[in-house]
Design a binder for this molecule. Structure first.
Ligand SMILES: [Zn+2]
Length: 397
C-alpha cells in the first residue's frame, strides 16, 4: 500500500486524493483514502478533524494499518478525486503541545535527570508523569527555564527514518517500540526520540511553555503544563478572572490575598457570633413555651408543631424547658420536606416513660428513633399531619 501519510509533511493542510473504500464499523461510517494527510489518534497525540469533499471528518483512527476517516453520513458516490482539508488550528495546536512535551521532558532529563514515564495531551492542559516522588518549585522553574531557552533558540526539529542498526549512533532517551521503519525526531544536542507524531520545523514555533501545577500521583509527580497559544489563552483567562475579582473585592491584584484572608476571618467571627445569638433566641423561645403549658395529672404538658425547622433547634428548646421546669413533659413535632420528626423530653418528676411512648408511635409513621425514658427523638414519613402526630403522642402519655 503506497499511502502518503500525515508524517511526511506536517504542514500539509489540503490534499487531493481518491476514496479507496467506504465501510462501516462499530464507530460508524468511514472511508479509506488513497493518500491522506489526516493524523490518526496515536503516540499520545489526538486525531485530526477536517473535511473531505463536502463531508466532515470527525475522527481518524488507525486499525490494523488502515487509516479510517470517520464521517457523519456515508458518501453517495465515492468515485473521482476528492479534496481533503485539515482543521489547521486544531492540528497546529497539537503540534505545539506535542513538540512542547518533547522539549519539557528533555529539559527535566537534562537539568535534573528526571525521566518522563507517561504523558497526556488533554483538551485544556497536558500532563507528564515524572519518575520522582517529589518536586520543588525551584526545580520546576529550572526545567521550565531551560525548555523556554531551547524554544527561543529556534532549534531545528528534524525527523529522519532510520534502521535498527543506525539507532546506536543516536543518544536516545528511550528505545523505540518498533524495530523497522523507525522514525527519529531530533532536536540536535538536546533530544532524540522515536516518535510518529507531528512536529513543527523549529522549536520557536512551540512559542512558550508554562508549568501550571503538579501533584503526587501513584508514586510519581504528575505535572500540568501548557504550550504555544494555550499559554496566551491561560493568561488571558486568568487575567480576566483577576480583573473581575479586583472589582468584586475592591482590591488591587497585589492586595487580593490579604483582602480575602480578612474576609474569611471576619466571616468566621460573624458565624460564631450568629451561633451565639441563635442560642439566646432559642432560650427566649423556650421561655415563651413555658407559659403555654397546661396542667395535667402529675405533669405540665407543653406541645407544639412546627414546619421547616432543624431537629437540633427543637432538641435545644426541649432541653431548655425541662431544665427549667422539672414537672414538664415537652412534645415537639416538625415537618421538614418529606419527613415528620419529633422530640419528646421530660423533667425529673413525671413518671411517664417517653421511650415507650415513642416506640408505640414510630410504627404509625413508618419511622424510627432512639433515646431513653426522659428524652426521645426520631422521625418517619408524612403519612399524617404534624398536628395529628402531636395528638397521637399526647394520647399515648
Ligand atoms: Zn513526537
Amino acid at each position: 500500500m503506497t499511502v502518503k501519510q500525515y508524517y511526511q509533511d506536517a504542514y500539509m493542510k489540503t490534499f487531493q486524493t481518491s476514496i479507496q473504500d467506504q465501510r462501516q464499523d462499530d464507530s460508524g461510517w468511514y472511508v479509506v483514502l488513497e493518500e491522506t494527510a489526516f493524523y490518526p489518534t496515536g503516540g499520545g497525540q489526538p486525531h485530526d478533524t477536517g473535511t473531505l469533499k463536502d463531508k466532515r471528518i470527525i475522527n481518524v483512527e488507525e486499525v490494523n494499518g488502515e487509516i479510517r476517516h470517520y464521517i457523519e453520513e456515508p458518501f453517495e458516490d465515492i468515485s473521482g478525486d476528492v479534496k481533503g482539508q485539515i482543521d489547521w488550528d486544531r492540528r497546529f495546536d497539537h503540534m505545539q503541545q506535542h513538540a512542547g512535551q518533547h522539549i519539557l521532558s528533555a529539559a527535566f532529563a537534562e537539568a535534573l535527570l528526571y525521566e518522563t514515564v507517561s504523558f497526556h495531551l488533554g483538551k485544556e492542559v497536558l500532563t507528564i508523569d515524572l519518575d520522582v516522588s517529589d518536586l520543588t518549585e525551584s526545580e520546576a522553574l529550572e526545567a521550565e527555564a531551560l525548555a523556554n531557552r531551547v524554544i527561543r533558540e529556534s532549534r531545528y526539529i528534524e525527523t529522519r527514518w532510520v534502521t535498527e542498526a543506525e539507532l546506536s549512533q543516536y543518544p536516545l532517551r528511550k528505545q523505540p517500540t518498533v524495530t523497522d521503519d523507525i522514525r527519529l525526531v531530533m532536536i540536535p544536542d538536546f533530544d532524540y526520540n522515536g516518535c510518529g507524531g507531528t512536529h513543527p520545523r523549529s522549536t520557536s514555533e512551540v512559542g512558550a511553555i508554562k508549568i501550571l501545577d503538579w501533584e503526587k500521583h501513584k508514586g510519581h509527580i504528575r505535572l500540568q503544563f501548557v504550550c504555544g497559544d494555550r499559554v496566551l489563552n491561560q493568561l488571558h483567562r486568568k487575567h480576566g478572572l483577576l480583573k473581575e475579582l479586583t472589582v468584586v473585592l475592591q482590591a488591587p491584584e497585589e492586595n487580593m490575598v490579604p483582602t480575602v484572608e480578612r474576609m474569611v476571618a471576619k466571616q468566621k467571627e460573624q458565624e460564631k457570633a450568629l451561633e451565639g445569638l441563635k442560642e439566646v433566641l432559642l432560650t427566649y423561645e423556650a421561655q415563651g413555651l413555658l407559659g403555654e403549658g397546661t396542667s395535667q395529672e402529675g405533669y405540665t404538658l407543653i406541645k407544639k408543631a412546627y414546619s421547616d425547622r432543624s431537629i437540633q433547634e427543637l432538641q435545644k428548646i426541649a432541653q431548655h424547658i425541662v431544665a427549667k421546669r422539672e414537672e414538664a413533659i415537652v412534645l415537639l413535632v416538625v415537618q421538614n420536606d418529606h419527613k415528620l420528626q419529633l422530640v419528646a423530653a421530660k423533667g425529673s418528676s413525671p413518671s411517664a416513660n417517653l421511650r415507650e411512648v415513642a416506640q408505640k408511635v414510630f410504627p404509625l409513621i413508618n419511622g424510627k428513633g432512639g433515646g431513653n425514658k426522659s428524652f426521645v427523638q426520631g422521625g418517619g414519613e408524612v403519612v399524617m399531619s404534624r398536628e395529628e402526630l402531636l395528638e397521637t403522642l399526647v394520647n399515648q402519655l
